[in-house]
Unconditional design. Structure first.
Length: 224
């Protein structure tokens, strides 16, 4: 029986033990093929190498891309695949500065399933950034979403597929020793489930196909 999907990820020098636990769970259940690329700079090049390996092999027609700072369960992968759409994404929190009251929900490229036909339609270097009108380059996630939409593929976002996002915080002692003492340490901030009311921006996004709809109409992007 052919595999249902291929799991692809970009790996740095180290990954969290929590993420390794997630990988062990999914591999122990599904024994799916793994496409791993060691990251360098830039990240979009490593993502493109994962896609290149996917298209060049005799695999399933679905690539599940999971970042190594995403905490997920096998059931989350099942939920992605159950939609059977060209691009399906879950959501996860992302903050520049961690705070329980500052959770921002993202549907980036950290946890998504993409059909082979999408990559074939987008063409070479699917994750290469695009150039905005102000001359700055976009992130690789925006680059992929825009190119996919130009090829006729919007992103289907299910905000009931909520996975965790590992965040590390480094706390330091104050330079003024007379000031209040703070703990020094480094630890992971993550959550596996998010209650009702915590999702922002995509609160009513279940079943929608907005994705990056409108991104080409609002004038913020320039495409050749």
């Amino acid at each position: 029986m052919p595999e249902r999907y291929v799991l692809g990820y970009v790996c740095g020098e180290t990954v969290s033990s929590m993420w390794v636990d997630c990988l062990i769970k999914i591999m122990g259940r599904d024994m799916c093929p793994i496409l791993r690329v060691f990251s360098g700079s830039p990240i979009h090049g490593a993502r493109d190498e994962v896609v290149k390996g996917f298209l060049g092999g005799k695999y399933s027609d679905t690539l599940v891309m999971v970042d190594t700072d995403i905490i997920f369960e096998p059931e989350h992968v099942d939920a992605l695949l159950a939609h059977d759409r060209p691009i399906v994404s879950g959501v996860y929190p992302s903050t520049a500065s961690w705070s329980p009251a500052a959770e921002i929900i993202l549907e980036g490229c950290g946890f998504m399933a993409v059909k082979k036909e999408v990559f074939e339609a987008v063409g070479e270097y699917p994750f290469a950034p695009i150039i905005m009108k102000d001359g700055h380059a976009s992130g690789e996630d925006v680059g992929f979403r825009v190119k996919a939409r130009l090829a006729g593929y919007d992103t289907y976002v299910d905000d009931d597929i909520r996975v965790g996002h590992i965040k590390s915080i480094h706390l330091r002692l104050p330079t003024n020793l007379g000031g209040p003492i703070q703990r020094e340490g480094r630890y992971d901030q993550y959550a596996k489930e998010y209650g009702d009311g915590q999702a922002k921006g995509n609160k009513d996004a279940k079943g929608h196909e907005e994705g990056f709809k409108g991104v080409l109409e609002d004038g913020n992007f320039w495409t050749p």
